[in-house]
Design a protein around this ligand. Sequence first.
Ligand SMILES: N[C@@H](CCC(=O)N[C@@H](CS)C(=O)NCC(=O)O)C(=O)O
Length: 228
Amino acid sequence: MTSGAPGIEIYWGSGSPFAWRVLLAAALKHILFTSHQLQFSQKDHKAPAYLALNDRGEVPVLREGDVTLTESIAIMAYLDGRFPDPPLFGTDAATTAEIWRWIFATVYHVEPSANRIIGPAFARAIDGHADDMRAAAGDLHAEFARFETVLGSRPWLAGETVSAADIVAHTYVAFFLRIAARDTLRHLDLGFDTLSERYSNVDAWCTRTAALPGYDEAYPPHWRDADA
Ligand SMILES: N[C@@H](CCC(=O)N[C@@H](CS)C(=O)NCC(=O)O)C(=O)O
């Protein structure tokens, strides 16, 4: 069943983990929305009409009536307020706090470490950054170990049900793992190609997340083409 909200518009781009987490939240909640897929290659996100919505020129953006929102996690919170079922930010104080704890672990720790690897990989500047990329991999392994521990005690990061914490973390982890698997990074031996051996709980969590309703419809379309 789809919730009727034809007034909601979501602007997104394929391959952006930030846009993906909003699309995944919307899919989990069966929210009907008008989709605006921007083409990064066409610089749609830098066009004046789009910059009027988000002057940073980034995806995602959500619009509904007088509301225009940037920042993926703020958009997820808005969707959760508008369509509370299923709740993604908890319904009791302890669970809500736990959800935010894992969101911040992702934003403050996972993303900055991963970005020290992703940045040089995207810029094809691996040689000049190899030492820092290895150091960042060490930091990221420490974060993965934290995820591994908590996911050994429960199926989802903040408890027994999927939450915004899982969506925020999974979309970035999956984005990172795709890049870490590139042939151009193989010689650095960063240790993320053996996820199932090294982090079996994280691997099982990724599989669980991929089985969520709506996962396939929200999955970045150009990744699906590349995976085929
Ligand atoms: N903190 C923002 C980050 C958004 C962001 O960085 N989006 C990227 C795509 S992954 C983007 O649109 N980049 C285009 C650019 O900066 O030119 C959020 O969570 O929404």
